[in-house]
Design a protein around this ligand. Structure first.
Ligand code: FAD
Length: 418
């Protein structure tokens, strides 16, 4: 079969790898001059299988109000007259019940755990280097109140059999020696020893190379303009370079997927949530982080790469606006300065933002949609890299007509029809 994949982010390229390995003729289109040049470019670097949870949960509406009132808080809403934004927000609120949280969490954990298993296989491939580390992650609490509130999370971790440790300040420094230089007090941490870290852009580039070696073709600087259909079939994709035709079509255009498929009468509840990151050169290895430290106060994650530190966070709800707002850098700089003050040179940091493709229930949308030869893989939100390998493998199995190894019945867009 000839399969056209729209989007060369971490989701599209990983699917391309599995499909090319399965022997199909794969063509990937992207408007950028290379892979991973939009949201997969500068994320926080966590492969956080243990933290796979929806945003929407009991208590979140109250927390959101608190975050909105904070100076430099982790959540920013720039209200707009965009009905999609309000509908999405209402749907998110509807998912804040205990019941919805449990259902959404179980779907995400299922996919994240499966992705973890696929990553174990991928990591064995020669050529898949991405400055990866397998040293766990730390959620750091500055206040006793934060630490007291982890009981709910701990119960969920126990329920799903996720390994964890609750650390006192000494334990935090043992896990992350650089924290001995922190300029702010902290009371403890929740450590997830099985989480991994690395650079998602390097990973995506490496997977692209492996997919190309397996025969996939990548056409860059190619903007998708529209989709041609006849009856229940997609017959081609219009691009700035002409029409591309295939047997099967996969849309993996991240936050831009709902805009494209709306023209096909598909109402996909994916909305962009902007996040920011800085990448800082390391100046003193001895006091730099060794893995990811998530600063609970600012909801900012600091991750160690080989010679760089990535600091990422913030949720800005502002539609598809990709303006890099300089003041949003504040919490990222501050968190690094507070926790690892001598680790890197902030004056040499690069600053970036990207749009997380978010569903209101946190779970991505993977599977067939409306047309017999159209598939979606998007809506991976806050943990797209974490769920990429499993998503790619599942999509490959679905397209090949094989039974996926995990239950995927509730991952497709049809779950919103109920
Ligand atoms: C600040 C921040 C921190 C994050 N931290 C983490 C983390 O630590 N761990 C984690 O797992 N996830 C994290 N994420 C989430 C993760 O980065 C995303 O879920 C993931 O990158 C989404 O991948 P994607 O392939 O769906 O989208 P993208 O990477 O955006 O890929 C979509 C592709 O489609 C292309 N495209 C779009 N429209 C068109 C068009 N019309 N024509 C042609 N091409 C088009 C784009 O050029 C792009 O290459 C973070 C995100 C942000 C913003």
């Amino acid at each position: 079969m000839k399969i056209l994949i729209l989007g060369a982010g971490v989701i599209g390229t990983t699917a391309a790898y599995y499909l090319a390995k399965a022997g199909h003729e794969v063509v990937v289109l992207d408007r950028q001059p290379g892979p991973a040049l939009e949201t997969s470019f500068g994320n926080a670097g966590e492969l956080s299988y243990g933290y796979a949870s929806p945003w929407a949960g009991p208590g979140i509406p109250l927390k959101a109000i608190k975050w909105l009132l904070m100076t430099d808080g982790p959540l920013v809403i720039r209200p707009m007259l965009d009905p999609r934004m309000w509908l999405w927000g209402m749907s998110l609120l509807a998912n804040c019940t205990k019941r919805a949280y449990a259902l959404n969490k179980s779907r995400m954990v299922r996919l994240a755990e499966y992705s973890n298993a696929q990553m174990v296989e991928l990591r064995r491939l020669p050529g898949l280097a991405f400055e990866g580390r397998e040293r766990g992650t730390l959620q750091l609490f500055r206040t006793q109140q934060q630490l007291d509130h982890i009981h709910g999370d701990v119960e969920v971790l126990k329920q799903y059999g996720v390994a964890f440790e609750v650390l006192d300040p000494k334990g935090c420094v043992a896990a992350e020696p650089g924290l001995a230089t922190a300029t702010v007090p902290f009371v403890g941490a929740l450590r997830l020893p099985d989480d991994d870290t690395g650079d998602c852009k390097l990973f995506t580039e490496a997977v692209t190379r492996l997919a190309a070696e397996a025969g996939a073709a990548f056409y860059y600087d190619t903007t998708v303009l529209g989709v041609e259909t006849t009856g229940g079939l997609v017959t081609g994709v219009r691009t700035n370079h002409g029409l591309e035709v295939a047997d099967e079509y996969v849309v993996a255009m991240g936050s831009y997927t709902p805009l494209l498929v709306a023209s096909l009468g598909i109402d996909l509840p994916v909305y962009p949530i902007k996040g920011y990151s800085i990448t800082v050169p390391i100046t003193d290895e001895a006091v730099a982080p060794v893995s990811t430290v998530m600063d609970e106060t600012y909801k900012v994650a600091t991750t160690r790469f080989d010679n760089r530190i990535r600091v990422g966070g913030t949720a800005e709800i502002a539609g598809w606006d990709t303006t890099l707002r300089p003041h949003r850098r504040g919490p990222l700089d501050r968190s690094l300065r507070d926790l690892f003050p001598r680790a890197g040179d902030l004056s040499k940091a690069s600053f970036w933002c990207g749009l997380r493709p978010m569903t209101p229930d946190g779970t991505p949308v993977i599977g067939k949609a409306k047309y017999r030869n159209l598939y979606l893989s998007t809506g991976h939100g806050t943990l797209g890299w974490t769920m990429a390998a499993g998503s790619g493998r599942i999509l490959c199995d679905i397209i090949c007509g094989h039974q996926p190894e995990i239950d995927v019945s509730d991952l497709s867009i049809s779950r919103y029809a109920a």
